[in-house]
Design a protein. Structure first.
Length: 208
């Protein structure tokens, strides 16, 4: 049997001499080993870079497509709103055009009549007919003219444009005259009725 001879103490000291170890220097890697490591590292970096660029390009393409869809939807919505407004206003527009045409015919008719036949009553009738046509047109579009039947002044639905003084206490705060009707559409008040209202007559100041 072979006897194992332990290494000499001096040999151990020579192999593990602390002065020969540089803690700030890593062991050098030989060139045949270094090349594959660097190549592998470069491949990993290139692969990650390609993945990041691909993801970035995909995100840009997605954002661009998304923006195109948003722009397309916005354009379609604008066209729909424009078309809806046009269709909604078409009856009113057609009615206004008809009024314009009828009024032009009336003017032509009056211009052809002899001067002596143009009496005031003819003009008043023409204007009243025109006002009636306007109210009919508004009514056809859901806008109703109204006149309050109650003689008591109603500030919620009436607008006082003139005040008439009176000494009759029973008339205070009541309607003197209906000047022009109000207009409403469904439950929405568009314009209040214009009226004149009675107010107490103030006594003139007396000079001593």
């Amino acid at each position: 049997m072979n006897e194992i001879i332990p290494p000499d103490e001096d040999e151990l000291t020579e192999l593990t001499n602390p002065s020969e170890i540089d803690n700030n220097q890593l062991p050098e890697v030989s060139e045949p080993i270094k090349e594959p490591i660097l190549e592998s590292f470069k491949n990993i970096v290139d692969a990650n870079t390609q993945q990041i660029l691909a993801a970035f390009e995909t995100k840009l393409a997605y954002d661009e497509t998304k923006q195109k869809h948003i722009d397309q939807l916005h354009a379609e919505l604008q066209n729909y709103r424009t078309d809806l407004i046009a269709k909604t206003n078409r009856p009113m527009i057609n009615g206004v055009i008809k009024l314009h045409t009828d009024f032009g015919k009336l003017i032509t008719f009056l211009q052809k009549k002899p001067y002596q036949d143009l009496n005031p009553s003819l003009f008043f009738k023409a204007l009243k007919d025109f006002q009636d046509d306007v109210e009919i047109l508004l009514d056809q579009n859901g806008i109703i003219a109204y006149t309050e039947q109650d003689k008591k002044f109603n500030p919620q639905r009436q607008h006082s444009v003139r005040k008439v003084s009176t000494t009759d206490e029973q008339l205070f705060g009541t309607v003197c005259e209906n000047l022009s009707p109000g207009f409403e559409q469904g439950n929405t008040l568009i314009q209040k009725e214009s009226i004149s209202v009675y107010i107490p007559e103030t006594e003139p100041s007396k000079n001593n």
